[in-house]
Design a protein around this ligand. Structure first.
Ligand code: NE8
Ligand code: ZN
Length: 374
């Protein structure tokens, strides 16, 4: 049996969105899906039981972070990441290249791999495609990402072309050093920057190697949203319809909707957990910054339309007090709400695809969501 199998349930008649299921050794992921990020083997401040209550089907973690701390050998000795963090549902791990570039100083890219300094203690370290596979194998993630280079934005055409060709060679090396193809699926990552012909070159080279799933990388790196959508419009059709498509690093509510409409199945984003830590919440009327003085005596729920643990049991005034007092419980409450908000949004997307009304669902959401901003 292969590690990951995609089941296409139906395609929305109004849009290019698909309803599907990704079957993995640790369970099924209903798609389109939002995947919470747990970079250091925890979705910050939230327990696995709470994640199950929120009905998160899969969580993400990071090769780079677990390599530099505590070290992948410790996780391997613990019996793998599922055991280590007490999460028995699917786990996807990123391959580390992106994090090296966003976190560590003095990194050097070579054909062999990437040399960098451990961002915690300055030690010189090295990750190659083979090393990235060894680490993810030790972690035991259900879905591993190929070792790639996410080209910076903006970047020269020639740089992006050389970079995507190296990423393709690295993907071949990942495939060649894949120890457990029956338990762990290896997804390739399409690069090519914002150049349509380079996206096509990257997609054609990688789809010819027949991976069980494909990610679209090199986006959500500071480019304007419409540029991201242009890249999606030219890249998604090049990917096989019978495999999952994962848009890396994308998770704002509007992008989840417009990415789903363009046929993306899996999304990740640190946004819901990251903004929660400074008290910013996503509500049906848009972003609400709970620190704002106007909520000091507001004893209503964060979001009157939300049924999550936070909105059922606590008031804006109380959450504002906790965040102002830097109380961890306040961050737990905003994180639980934000995760519920995005997971609930994707449940709505899946229901709308089932009923062929995703464009209506999107337009209704957009009409309300911007209210708080202006
Ligand atoms: N390997 C890789 N990762 C990316 C991430 C991290 C996603 C991630 C996965 C798992 C855990 C955390 C983050 C990106 N985030 C924003 N844009 C991104 C682009 C890429 C990319 O091109 N390649
Ligand atoms: Zn809520």
């Amino acid at each position: 049996m292969v590690a990951v199998k995609y089941e296409l349930i139906k395609t929305c008649k109004q849009t290019g969105a698909r309803l599907g299921r990704v079957h993995t050794p640790h369970g099924v992921i209903e798609t389109p899906a939002f995947m919470p990020v747990g970079t250091q083997a925890t979705v910050k401040t939230v327990s696995p039981e709470e994640l199950k209550t929120l009905d998160a089907h899969i969580i993400l973690s990071n090769t780079y972070h677990l390599f530099v701390r505590p070290g992948h050998e410790i996780v391997r000795k613990a019996g793998g990441l599922h055991k280590f963090m007490n999460w028995d549902r699917p786990i996807l791990t990123d391959s580390g290249g992106f994090q090296v570039f966003s976190l560590s100083e003095m990194r050097k890219i070579k054909e062999e791999g990437v040399e960098f300094r451990n961002h915690l203690n300055g030690d010189k370290m090295f990750i190659s495609p083979e090393k990235a596979m060894e680490i993810q194998n030790a972690l035991g993630s259900d879905i591993m990402m190929a070792f790639d280079e996410c080209a910076p934005y903006p970047a020269e055409y020639d740089y992006v072309k050389n970079s995507l060709e190296r990423t393709t060679r690295w993907a071949e090396r990942c495939l060649a050093s894949h120890a457990r193809p029956h338990d762990q699926a290896l997804f390739a990552i399409v690069q090519g920057g914002m150049y349509e012909d380079l996206r096509r070159q990257s997609a054609d080279q990688l789809t010819s190697m027949d991976f069980p799933g494909y990610a679209i990388g090199g986006l959500s790196v500071g480019e304007p949203k419409e540029l991201m959508y242009n890249v999606l419009d030219c890249t998604v059709p090049l990917l096989p319809a019978n495999k999952p498509r994962y848009l890396m690093g994308v998770g704002s509510p509007d992008a989840l909707l417009d990415g789903s409409i363009r046929g993306i199945d899996m999304f990740d984003c640190v946004l819901p957990t990251r903004i929660a830590r400074n008290g910013t919440t996503m509500t049906s009327q848009g972003r609400l910054v709970i620190r704002n003085a106007k909520f000091a005596e507001d004893f209503g729920p964060l979001d009157p339309e939300c049924s999550c643990y936070t909105c059922t049991n606590y008031s804006r005034a109380y959450i504002r007090h906790l965040i102002k007092a830097d109380e961890t419980f306040g961050i737990r409450l905003t994180t639980i709400h934000n995760l519920h908000f995005l997971l609930e949004l994707m449940r709505g997307v899946r229901q709308a695809i089932m009923e062929d009304r995703l464009m209506d669902f999107r337009n209704t959401f957009f009409a309300k969501y911007g209210l708080f901003e202006n």
